[in-house]
Each structure stands twice: as C-alpha cells, then as structure tokens.
Design a binder for this molecule. Structure first.
Ligand SMILES: NC(=O)C1=CN([C@@H]2O[C@H](COP(=O)(O)OP(=O)(O)OC[C@H]3O[C@@H](n4cnc5c(N)ncnc54)[C@H](O)[C@@H]3O)[C@@H](O)[C@H]2O)C=CC1
Ligand SMILES: O=C([O-])CC(=O)C(=O)O
Length: 272
C-alpha cells in the first residue's frame, strides 16, 4: 500500500563538520523527511555539490529557512542560534539545536516555543547517556558531573584560556584548565562545551551541574565522562570521540543528529 502521508520538510543551517554530513544523510533518505533547503556562510563554495544532490535543496540565507521548512537543524556558530531558532519556533515549528551552549544566553527561546506550540530538540550530540539522565531527572538527581579531556587542538582559542592568559600549546602533561558550573563552562568554552550544557538541561540545570576540563596532550580523542547520582540509579559513562575535520567536534555528533531525525517519523523508536 502506498504511503501518502506528506513528508516533513527539513532545512539545515550551516554546512560545516556536522551540517554537511546531516545534509548528505537526508539526501540519501530518512523515513518521512525531505530536505528542502540549506544555508551556508559562503554559498559559492557549496553551490556545486549542493546542486548535485538528488533532493536539490534551495541554498538560501538563514533568514528564509523558517518559512520554507517544518524542521530547521541548526549546525552553525553559536552566535547565530537566536536568528535561526526564533523565527522557527515563532511559527510553531521545530528547531534542532546543536549549539546548545547558546541556549543559556537565549533561555526565552524556550518560552517562545511554548507560546507558539513550537519545539526545540537537543540531540545527545557528542555526549553519552542523556536517555538515562532524563529518566533519572523524573525522580531526583543528587549530583551530576562532567569531566572532559581534549587534545590541545580541540581547545586552543577558547575565551576562558585567552581571557585568563592560560597557554596550553606545548604542554606535555594533562592540565586542568577549568573547574566550575556548566553555565560558566559554556561562557568560557562556547565552541567546546555544548555537551556540558546538554547534560545540565537534561538533568539538574547549568548552575548545579559541575564541570572539569582538561587539556590533555596524551589523548587523541575528545573524551567525556559523566557521573550522576540519583534516587533511582548511580551511573558513570565515558565516550571517546574521534574528532571530525573540525578538531573541536566529534564525528559522532553528526551521526547523533541523523539518528535523532530518523526517530522523528520512524515506525520503531528505540530509547527514551
Ligand atoms: N551539541 C553537541 O554535542 C555539539 C555541538 N557542536 C556545535 O555545533 C555547531 C556546529 O558545529 P560544526 O559543524 O563542528 O562547526 P563548523 O564550524 O564546522 O560549521 C559551522 C558552519 O556554519 C557556517 N556559517 C557561519 N555563518 C553562517 C551563516 N550566516 N549562515 C549559514 N552558515 C553559516 C560556517 O561557514 C561553517 O561552515 C557549533 O556551534 C558547535 O559548537 C559541536 C559539537 C558537538
Ligand atoms: O562538546 C562539544 O561541543 C564537542 C565535543 O566535546 C566533542 O565533539 O567531543
């Protein structure tokens, strides 16, 4: 029997490490979804390969995405989150947000979504275990902690390092460069610590979630360990992410977005 249900229209904002893989997966086909538009900072750089996609999405400025699509996937620099997400949720549509850290400076976006029947979806991204954290949060979480270790290349240039004159180039031993709340981690490492904010939003919030960050010349992978203690379970989990062509971003991040999109309309849905 033919399936005549309309496909949900998806757009992708930002064609970097994450966006490019998500676009290619959508073009190959995800149940119930169709790719209709993409946005890039330098459209001319991307016109060639985008035109060759089967789905032939429009290449448009981010301001046009909310009109064209039902779901907009934000894979752009964190400074653009507001301009991408606000017009989407204002129309009662869905925004998938990767630059999660920026949600802390734009908390009213959630209220905006609520007022208009829109939705903001944060995929597990580079992290592990948000299914268990959201489940534990239905009960009471006593504590949640993230310990992140990254190679130097995944951290250089972070505002916390620049602002405090912390030099990590050339270190030969692991160096703890930050200890504090997820909120402060997001301010000091806006392009590196989205995972801390995702953990905090799943669990006990950005002020109670504790974060340690290590610049570690002995690791080649972006490594995140979460430790949660709650009235239903105690758990610790670790993920060692192979960096993508963007050393700050683990390869699994794009795969997590693709898995999240597959779940939206899948006939069988596994996990919380
Ligand atoms: N939630 C999570 O677990 C993770 C989140 N992230 C975050 O996701 C976001 C995307 O990450 P990546 O793909 O690795 O970054 P990237 O730097 O590789 O890609 C971002 C792309 O956005 C483009 N862009 C800039 N201005 C634009 C504009 N006005 N219109 C359209 N495109 C524009 C850039 O040219 C670039 O191609 C970042 O904010 C990053 O911090 C990254 C890794 C994990
Ligand atoms: O937290 C992030 O934004 C990215 C990250 O650590 C990773 O990809 O492992």
């Amino acid at each position: 029997m033919a399936d005549n249900r309309a496909k949900t229209r998806v757009a992708v904002a930002g064609l970097g490490a994450i966006g490019t893989d998500v676009v290619k997966a959508l073009d190959q086909g995800i149940e119930g979804l169709t790719l209709v538009a993409v946005s890039a900072n330098s459209p001319d750089k991307h016109r060639g390969w985008v035109a060759e996609l089967k789905s032939a999405p429009k290449l448009v400025p981010i301001g046009q995405l909310a009109e064209i699509a039902d779901i907009v996937v934000e894979c752009a620099p964190s400074t653009l989150v507001r301009s991408i997400v606000a017009p989407v949720v204002e129309r009662g549509k869905t925004a998938v947000v990767l630059s999660v850290g920026a949600l802390l400076q734009n908390e009213d976006l959630v209220d905006l979504a609520k007022a208009h029947g829109g939705q903001i979806i944060v995929p597990t991204g580079a992290l592990i275990g948000l299914d268990a954290v959201t489940a534990a949060a239905v009960g009471t979480i006593h504590s949640a902690k993230l310990v992140t270790r990254k190679p130097v290349a995944g951290l250089v240039g972070a505002p916390h390092l620049v602002g405090n004159n912390i030099r990590i180039e050339g270190i030969t031993e692991p160096l703890r460069i930050f200890e504090g709340s997820a909120r402060d981690a997001a301010k000091g490492f806006p392009a590196n610590l989205n995972v801390a904010v995702a953990l905090s939003l799943a669990g006990i919030g950005p002020d109670r979630t504790r974060v340690e960050i290590w610049a570690d010349p002995t690791v080649t992978r972006n490594t995140h360990r979460i430790e949660v203690d709650s009235d239903s379970a105690r758990f610790s989990m670790m993920i060692e992410n192979i960096p993508s062509e963007n050393p700050k971003t683990g390869r699994i991040t794009a795969l997590s977005v693709i898995a999240c999109l597959r779940k939206l309309r899948a006939s069988l849905r596994i996990g919380t």
